[in-house]
Design a protein around this ligand. Structure first.
Ligand code: NDP
Length: 266
């Protein structure tokens, strides 16, 4: 049975854009005081203004989630302004094509650091207080791309697969602690991240609709929420597909030295 989240303090990383921005907006409308975190302060302040005008409560903290001390400080700032954090949405992420000639190692590192370590640092910063209080929810925004390594998306897929495994383990470890863990694996959502993908994106959904679904899953205490279901099925099925078939389907991406961003769920 879905319960109201009103009054629960929600901290959202990557709130300056896309999914995180919409999470902040919708959660505030539902009565959550929201802590908005990202590197760019200006869009966070703009969202804060929108929330204030709608009668909501919010606080802003600037941080790079890939820098452990910065995100720890940000969580502390939000806690001081809004009170103990009940919900953490580790959402901040980057999508960068993995190139092979030359290999763009620095960008690969940025993807892993932001998408994996950023999630770990964010959740770890909030966890001790939740354990003390015996309550809280940790939510990781992963991706359907975590289900299968795809040509041109190796780093991104690896970062999301690792997030899925990390959260699986954490969820079981926290089973009797009162702290719940939800992994969210969306397909394609209309945000700046997908804005330059000039090809058919199956199941493409607006951020508004996607966030409604995410919030519903969190309220229901869903452990792993992958959507939309038909893209989820496609991606799961692709795990059994031979490499040569995958290579044929994604021919340009698999063989090109520096592939353009392929049509995979980001
Ligand atoms: P956007 O590019 O619109 O937003 C990304 C957000 O992450 C921005 O607010 C950005 O803020 C923040 N961010 C990026 N790097 C850092 C960092 N080092 N420290 C702090 N904040 C950072 O993308 P989406 O909204 O689409 O993506 C949000 C999440 O959803 C990501 O994890 C993505 O992988 C995932 N996802 C997206 C899908 C899609 O189709 N759009 C599908 C599946 C998953 P700033 O630059 O201000 O720091």
């Amino acid at each position: 049975m879905a319960r109201s989240l009103a009054g629960q303090v929600a901290l959202i990383t990557g709130a300056s854009s896309g999914i995180g921005w919409e999470l902040g907006r919708q959660l505030a409308l539902q009565g959550c005081p929201v802590g908005l975190v990202a590197r760019r302060e200006q869009p966070l302040r703009e969202l804060q203004q929108i929330i204030t005008q709608a009668g909501g409560t919010s606080a802003v903290a600037v941080a790079d989630v890939a820098e452990r001390h910065q995100i720890e400080n940000a969580v502390q700032q939000i806690r001081e302004q809004l009170g103990p954090v009940d919900l953490v949405f580790a959402n901040a992420g980057v999508g960068k094509t993995t190139q092979i000639h030359p290999v763009n190692v620095a960008e690969v590192e940025q993807v892993i650091r932001t998408n994996l370590l950023g999630v770990i640092y964010t959740l770890s910063a909030a966890l001790p207080e939740m354990l003390t209080r015996g309550t809280g929810r940790l939510i990781g925004i992963s991706s359907l791309a975590g289900y299968r390594g795809l040509p041109g998306e190796s780093a991104y897929c690896a970062s999301k697969a690792a997030v899925n495994s990390y959260l699986d383990g954490l969820r079981i470890q926290l089973r009797d602690s009162g702290v719940r863990v939800t992994t969210i694996c969306p397909g394609f959502i209309t945000t700046p991240m997908t804005a330059n993908m000039n090809f058919h994106l199956p199941g493409l959904m607006t951020a508004e609709k996607a966030v409604q679904r995410m919030i519903r899953a969190v309220k229901a205490g869903t452990k792993v929420y992958s959507f939309p279901w038909h893209v989820h099925m496609m991606v799961k099925f692709s795990r059994w597909m031979p490499d040569r078939v995958m290579a044929r389907i994604m021919r340009d991406k698999a063989m090109a030295p520096n592939p353009v961003t392929p049509p995979s769920p980001t």
